[in-house]
Design a protein around this ligand. Structure first.
Ligand SMILES: *Cc1c(COP(=O)(O)O)cnc(C)c1O
Length: 416
């Protein structure tokens, strides 16, 4: 060693003292030999409660993964992944590429990309299919699409699959060609067809998935499937790409329990690569749909998390929580309960409570209003047809006790 050992140990100690003080001041983790807990900036972040500062009530979500309720509740390991990602800048494209490859492997498909939601995934899927059909650059979308230069701009959709997310395709400059019968569908393909879109959970329409795929593929047209809310079951994360759908969108902020502004586009590698050209940091329709490093890492962590779960384990827990609520309400006169599960999207059991409002003294819709007015606010599912729905899958540990207590209080005190 050239420096004296004393000088070196003093300066090292000084550096350590400085760095520890600096780290403490900014609430960051030590750079070297970090312990798992020390690396979590949560302790520093917890010193300011911005919801409180902004006079925003927190809520207990017994309703579901609604955008207006800030979508899914992230499990602790996903929250930690998001917080850790914030500690360091990275090369965004490197992160996107490696995250995509990791997710594709885990979800058994050729290619994957983290988007800022299922709606963004649909836009980027459309852009990829336009590029593929027209052999054009992202910059030609949407301004040159539909002109003599790049004429291919048609997307085939079943009439009953038209939905509010059509806007995600329209912003790429496409036209929708509606079909109803199988014969319509066969006739709808033209040299200008760029893709088809299938709205998975609608269950309406005369053409099923297999027929849909088969005919499109006879024309070499890629098929996109919108499966945004269609997990659980967990196997759906690879079922649809396995069936042959070229591109499949999932929302990250629903059952997968990732960040609200994250989603997945899964499918054929060649199309995912084109979709990536339209996504940030590149200039294309996806430039305004930026996914931050925190969301990308959070989405990867959410994929890891969901693959550690089982459908049976999750369902068991949702029913256990519902039974806690039900048990607390057993002295409410005329109360009856049943479980309701949507067949495809948001496929989880919801506790449905009915009672005679004349006996109990309050209408279900007024119960919802009263619980919403609390602080923290409690959001329950629809009170239509004298029913109160309790959706337990987005509750955080122990919140079922609060829902049970407050629901009991409101129902019990109505006649008092
Ligand atoms: C929720 C949903 C979307 C949008 O998902 P985001 O991740 O919020 O963008 C798209 N399609 C369907 C069918 C949905 O249910």
């Amino acid at each position: 060693m050239l420096t004296s050992s004393l000088a070196s140990s003093v300066s090292r100690r000084r550096f350590l003292r400085w760095s520890q003080a600096a780290m403490a001041a900014v609430g960051a983790a030590p750079l070297f030999g970090r312990s798992a807990e020390a690396a979590t900036p949560a302790s520093a972040a917890a010193s300011v409660d911005y919801y409180e500062k902004l006079n925003v009530r927190k809520l207990i979500n017994a309703r579901g993964t609604f955008t207006g309720l800030t979508a899914a509740v992230m499990p602790p390991q996903v929250q930690r992944a998001v917080a850790e990602a914030a500690l360091h800048p990275v090369h965004l494209e490197e992160l996107q590429t490696n995250a995509g490859a990791y997710i594709a492997k885990k979800l058994r498909c050729e290619g994957a990309m983290v988007t800022c939601g299922a709606s963004a995934a649909l836009s980027l899927a459309t852009a990829a299919c336009i590029q593929s059909a027209n052999n054009c650059l992202p910059m030609n979308i949407p301004q040159d699409i539909g002109t003599a230069k790049f004429p291919k701009n048609e997307v085939i959709v079943q009439k009953s699959h038209r939905y509010e997310y059509d806007h995600a395709m329209f912003l790429c400059g496409i036209k929708i060609v509606e079909v109803t019968t199988l014969e319509d569908y066969k006739r709808a393909f033209t040299p200008n067809t760029v893709m088809t879109n299938f709205f998975n959970s609608t269950r309406s329409g005369q053409i099923d998935q297999q027929q849909w795929l088969e005919i499109a593929h006879q024309h070499n047209v890629p098929c996109h499937l919108d499966a945004a809310a269609d997990m659980p079951p967990i196997e759906n994360l690879w079922k649809y790409t396995g069936m042959g759908f070229d591109l499949v969108a999932f929302s990250g902020g629903k059952g997968i329990r990732g960040p609200q502004n994250a989603g997945l586009l899964l499918g054929k590698k060649s199309l995912i690569d084109l979709a990536a050209q339209n996504n940030n940091p590149h200039m294309g329709v996806g430039r305004g749909m930026k996914v931050a490093k925190e969301q990308i890492v959070g989405m990867v962590a959410a994929v890891d998390w969901i693959l550690e779960q089982t459908d049976e384990g999750m369902e068991h827990e949702y029913i256990r929580r519902a039974n806690v609520v039900l048990h607390a309400l057993k002295d409410i006169p005329t109360i009856q309960s049943t479980f309701f599960t949507e067949p495809i999207a948001n496929h989880v059991p919801i506790l449905m409570l009915t009672y005679d409002p004349a006996v109990v003294g309050i209408k279900p819709e007024d119960v919802l209003t009263k619980l919403r007015a609390l602080n923290p606010s409690i959001e329950l599912a629809s009170g239509r047809d004298n029913t109160i729905g309790v959706s337990t899958w987005m509750l955080q540990p122990g919140e079922e006790l609060i829902v049970a207590r407050e629901l009991h209080k409101v129902l019990r005190s109505a006649k008092a």
